[in-house]
Design a binder for this molecule. Sequence first.
Ligand code: SF4
Length: 460
Amino acid sequence: MDIPEDLLRRLDVPGPRYTSYPTADRFVEAFGADEYAQALRQRAAGAVVGGQPPLSLYVHIPFCESVCYYCACNKVITRHHERAREYLDALRTEIQLHTQLLGRGKPVSQLHLGGGSPTFLSDEELSGLMAVLNDEFRIVPGAEISIEVDPRTASPARLAHLAGLGFNRISFGVQDFDAAVQKAVHRVQSFESVRDLIAAARELHYESINADLIYGLPKQTPESFARTIAQVAELRPDRIALYAYAHLPDRFKPQRRIDAADLPPPEHRLRMLGGAIAGFIGHGYTYIGMDHFALPGDALAAAKRQGRLHRNFQGYSTQPDCDLIGLGVSAIGRMGATYSQNAKTLPEYYDALARGVFPVARGLALTRDDIVRRAVIMAIMCQGRVEFESVEIAHLIDMREYFAAELEALKPLAEAGLVEVGDRSIQVTATGWFFVRGVAMVFDRHLRAAQVRQRFSRII
Ligand code: SF4
């Protein structure tokens, strides 16, 4: 499958991934611990009145033993494993602050451990953390329990331990198998080690195995990346996430150690992206949307076929939208019509918990307009279709009137064959799926306001 070059060019630009709407850069400090506690109380009151869907939990483990130069995550680089103890104590306090308000034993249908490197923790520490979570919440049968694994800190025995703790989904950070690229980003891991781990995960019956890749890294060439794609396809992970590297050394310190002269030129990036899409589809993968691929038998591909995809902070998901508690430094949560993010540094995070308050540093209470737009943006990102009637009934608006400017702004995209705008619906076309974020961006009020501001400041 060949994607036209102009479309690839549109795809290969930084922009919101819409794991939330409004996006996290809109969160404000005026939303803090008190507002978050209020949102939790409201959920607790709602549970008494009518019951609610189960919770989703995200736990952030920030530690890594060594730094990958491309990294843009919130992490703490240390070889001092004893630092995990203080962190796990703080996490327990944070978990208990939640259950004091929500009540203990609330059902959880989704749990994700991310980082940093969750596998920085020892087997005993991971067992301890799961014991606390199981004590304070009730993880329901069939829950999705997933973990990000750095292959350099894992072994088949570790994967067996994780399976014993209930983990049923696993995600490996692969990025690229080429030796020169691995050296240039300071992350060396052999193809053989990843192959053995994936084989072990399969034997342990993990329901879904994911591999993360990055294109646009230093020393990558279209030819070297094509070899990595072929190697990854040979390993047959159920899901593949393909991310674009954005070189922002002013914002992310580790990236200063990357020599800009080693970065692939834009035309090579485009060939890598086009080659990856064509390669994975050619190897039988389904393009889910944005940066995700899945084998046809995987639950994500089935959800895409059946129009049941959802999107949360981890990307595409099969689970319906539910309240998400973000635990740990910098973690983001969603509670009712609010979003919140924890403090980004360990001292701030520890300090709040020592005072017995939620370590929330910023967040947002959504307006009615945010909620309508979120529904439209998520329908575009997940189903590729917006039925006007369902939005009108759910939000008591007239779509054509409310979104008159946006429907007008869709016209060039319709002329380019990316969307079809009818009287009662918007349909993203098969080609448009590769540009679905660009369609969603039309409905992002904050982004449009920023664009207008930018244009205005350029004029003056
Ligand atoms: S990329 Fe992942 S493993 Fe590497 S430093 Fe960043 S958080 Fe740690």
